[in-house]
Design a protein around this ligand. Sequence first.
Ligand code: PPE
Length: 312
Amino acid sequence: MADLQATEKIWMNGEFVDWADATVHVGVHGLHYGSGVFEGIRAYETAKGTAIFRLGDHIQRLHDSARLLRMTIPYSVEDLRKASLELVGVNKLPSCYVRPIAFYGYGSLGVPPRDNPVCTAIMCWPWGAYLGEEGMTRGVRVKISSWVRMPSNVVPHASKACGLYLNSMLAVQEAALGGYEEAILLTEKGYIADCSGENVFIVKDGVVYTPPLETGILHGITRNTVMELAVSLGYEVKVENLTRADLYLADEAFMTGTAAEVTPVREVDDYLIGDPGPVTLALQRAYLDIVQGRDDRWASWLEYVTPARAKA
Ligand code: PPE
């Protein structure tokens, strides 16, 4: 994973500020209690200029995430959409990762937020292959975590909430200590939920399977994209509860996420699944064609940054 690379500007509470100046006080509520929500979005270089993939859907999810925490973001979906497009342009990045975040700021401490203002910011920076270039081509080794996914009546998983990521952090740290690249978390009942930062898919006898949203997973936008893509390529897609055995015996397995895109899985708990298979490779290729603007059928998912870039 690449280190955070500073860019010129960060959008913070309605203004573009220098990267180094986008700071907060150690007393902010969000730091103490994880009371924030965030998004992860990618901007890609295309033949027609830089485009952000499914920006509107990501910003809508940010607003929905906040609503689940009873938090009101003081900027509309439209405001944040525009700010994201402008920010990528201002930073003159041909491709990058975009990270909007909104959290309870400085005001009072104590668990219930009171007069704390909601601080809203958008950063962007270059971010290469999430699980490494080799992971994209050869597939990654993953481990089933001993940490289970927090059930959805503990915290609402449809919310991409900051505090929830402690669960993911523990799982991926544990996997890394064991020499694996990523962790898969199970539900309390032992069904496959998702990875620390990706949704899971398997392929068996030509059918594509992914766990249902009830397993307490994030409603992945890449998951949704890949499901639509798979159908358009003529594959049958089934949303079903999956067990560890389903994963160990899968013909192919892969994970999806904005950061990880479509990353093949080559081993789970040292059970060999193998080199990336034909369905995984077809979906990976089709996904990269869409996000990089090479497939006009999905053009409405790309929002172009070009005017702001030309100005900057
Ligand atoms: N599950 C989890 C737990 C998750 O964090 C992500 C995204 C997904 C599934 C896939 O969602 P989507 O991006 O909408 O397809 N993880 C983000 C954060 C990664 C990070 O390390 O930070 C991402 O991929 O941007």
